[in-house]
Design a protein around this ligand. Structure first.
Ligand code: URA
Length: 288
């Protein structure tokens, strides 16, 4: 069984955590069931790629947009399906909202052999020129959240895997999907951290008052809640990660969330990009 740090504990704690080249990896046994996602390696059928929507309600439609789909598990915020692209299994599993549940999901998926993840979500745009329904392909994230600091110090950047991100951008281009490649701000909160005043008290801490303008000034494109945790946790676990989000709130005009029709438009568009990118990627790998 592949368990325990590569270095023995009696060498002292500081010697037990020296970077991925000296760290042992705790892969699950084939039928071992993960506590939160209820997934096992047997259920994944060898899948090494996962699509990660936040919303459990979006799992099935995303999976079906990729290929033939079977339901796997549903426990807490984690709903999962297995789909097929280029005859290869691809997992679709929801992460729930925010960093903590996302990092739990990534930890369990890494143990099951997942090596590549693509977050698929929704977002509020903060730059002119990004319209409702457009897609932002995220190359880096502002770490306005707490989860990622449990995996790497705040000085460490939250960046996407370059090749996976390039592939998504290429797919958006050839599929003619309106998009931008941008930097998101991942916030632990939907209201104060994203400087929304339409909350119960309407109060936003001084720390966040004027923050939207500052992020705009720095060229940040959009607000969402999971990408920084996905990027930093993935880096710490040795996974490749990318992220793309459909715009469902145009924060340059209003704080409100768009209609269900806009949601569906954004959903169709990010599905189109991911389907194209996965087909390219897995066809290429299948030929090797
Ligand atoms: N998700 C967010 O976190 N913010 C938005 O404005 C829209 C979706």
């Amino acid at each position: 069984m592949n368990r325990g740090p590569a270095l023995s504990y009696n060498k002292g704690k500081e010697n037990c955590n020296q970077g991925s080249d000296t760290m042992d990896h705790h892969y699950a046994e084939p039928h071992e069931v993960m506590y939160h996602t209820q997934l096992s390696r047997a259920l994944l059928m060898g899948a090494d790629t996962a699509l990660l929507p936040g919303d459990p309600g979006r799992v099935r439609s995303l999976a079906e947009a990729m290929g033939p789909t079977v339901d796997l598990t549903s426990h807490r915020e984690y709903t999962s399906c297995l789909t097929q692209v280029q005859n290869q299994p691809v997992l679709v599993c929801s992460t729930g909202m925010g960093g903590p549940s996302t990092a739990i999901c990534l930890e369990e998926l890494a143990r099951l052999g997942i090596r590549r993840v693509i977050r698929v979500g929704t977002t509020g745009s903060i730059q002119e020129g990004l319209e409702l329904g457009d897609v932002v392909i995220i190359k880096a994230a502002v770490r306005l959240e707490g989860t990622s600091s449990h995996y790497a110090p705040l000085e460490f950047p939250a960046v996407a895997d370059f090749e996976l991100t390039q592939l998504l951008a290429y797919a958006a281009l050839v599929e003619n999907v309106p998009h931008q490649v941008g930097i998101c701000c991942s916030s632990d909160t939907f209201w104060p951290g994203q400087e929304r005043y339409d909350s119960f008290t309407g109060y936003v801490l001084r720390r966040f008052q004027g923050s939207l303008k500052e992020w705009q000034q720095l060229g940040v494109t959009n607000y969402e809640m999971e990408t920084a945790a996905v990027f930093v946790t993935s880096q710490a676990l040795g996974l490749k990660a990318a992220s793309l989000c459909g715009v469902v709130a145009k924060r340059t005009e209003s704080e409100s969330i768009a209609s269900p029709e806009i949601y569906r438009l954004a959903e169709n568009r990010f599905q189109t990009i991911v389907r194209r990118a996965l087909n390219e990627l897995l066809a290429r790998e299948g030929k090797k």
